[in-house]
Design a protein around this ligand. Structure first.
Ligand SMILES: C[S@@+](CC[C@H](N)C(=O)[O-])C[C@H]1O[C@@H](n2cnc3c(N)ncnc32)[C@H](O)[C@@H]1O
Length: 294
């Protein structure tokens, strides 16, 4: 396994994934009952945007930096009322983590989730790679609300689900380095929903060529009758034409049991975000950013 998220932290895919995660957590927190966030692929939790890895790719410059004026974390750019409301809790956490005028630190999904937890909420963060787990564990050392685990989350699913709390978000964000990663993720969702049908599951996937995303959506749709869930959302945002299989051209999410408000929220916000995050002019020309219920 070679993948290190430090090279990609804060890129356009992180922005869309993390914004959506924050929106789902906000929805779950509308009720007083405590929630658990289960982050199955946590990474190290916190990334330097000025370090060697981030500078080598510059991906955050075309991602999170574009949601602030000149990349200044204290100056959010206006995205319009709907997208601003959607992005606010996320941009607030980034501003708090970066008190100066430079964007230096980007929160990974577990740190972002941790910032949003109320006192009775809990986070489980799983990371397989030792070097990443070591940093993750250090980040949350002594935190009674966070359980960091050095495990293969796919094979540990039965220990993770059902969780102790009835309201939970399960994030799946594998590196897609292996050929059958999507099959593994769909198997995990199938087993997960069987063990914990009330959970909200969010799976991220990369989009290089559009036909790949379509094939995965077909595979997901095929599982739906077995899952017995009412709704699965497929949300995608493109930053350029999905025709070069060597690069990440778009970002996708499957959300199983989405909050009922999420489709409309994403329909309003994603086209606005696309205009800010696109890397080829008028990328909506090549493929429309879309949110569809399956
Ligand atoms: C895309 S990164 C995660 C980024 C993180 N979710 C975020 O948004 O900040 C994927 C992480 O999953 C870890 N990983 C890969 N396979 C895993 C497995 N089977 N169980 C747990 N972690 C795994 C990798 O080491 C890597 O750190």
């Amino acid at each position: 396994m070679n993948y290190l998220h430090a090279y990609h932290a804060g890129n356009f895919a992180d922005v869309v994934k993390h914004l959506t995660m924050v929106a789902i957590i906000g929805y779950l927190q509308r009720k007083d009952a405590p929630i658990r966030v289960i982050d199955m692929h946590a990474g190290s939790g916190r990334y330097s945007l000025t370090g060697r890895e981030a500078r080598a790719t510059g991906e955050a410059d075309a991602g999170i930096a574009r949601l602030f004026e000149n990349g200044n974390p204290q100056l959010p750019i206006s995205l319009g009322p709907d997208a601003d409301a959607f992005a606010k809790p996320y941009r607030d956490v980034i501003s708090r983590l970066n008190p100066g005028p430079e964007l230096e630190t980007y929160p990974g999904s577990p740190l972002l989730a941790r910032h949003l937890l109320r006192p009775n909420d809990r986070l489980t963060a799983c990371e397989l790679r030792d070097i990443e787990y070591y940093k993750l564990q250090k980040l949350f050392a002594g935190d009674p609300q966070v359980l960091a685990r050095n495990v293969d989350s796919w094979s540990n699913l039965k220990a993770l689900l059902p969780p102790d709390l009835k309201r939970a978000l399960i994030l799946m964000d594998p590196p897609f380095e292996e050929r059958h990663e999507m099959d593994r993720a769909l198997d995990a969702i199938t087993l997960g929903v069987r063990r914990f049908p009330m959970g909200i599951y969010m799976l991220w996937y990369p989009i290089k060529a559009h036909y790949m995303a379509d094939n995965w959506a077909k595979a997901m749709a095929k599982r739906k009758p077995d899952l017995g869930v009412e709704t699965i959302l497929r949300a995608e945002l493109y930053v350029r034409a999905p025709d070069n299989e060597d690069q990440l051209n778009g970002t996708g999410l499957f959300i199983i049991n989405p909050p009922y408000t999420l489709q409309k929220t994403l329909e309003d916000a994603l086209p606005v975000l696309q205009r800010h995050l696109q890397q080829a002019p008028n990328s909506e020309r090549f493929h429309k950013t879309s949110v569809e219920a399956m």
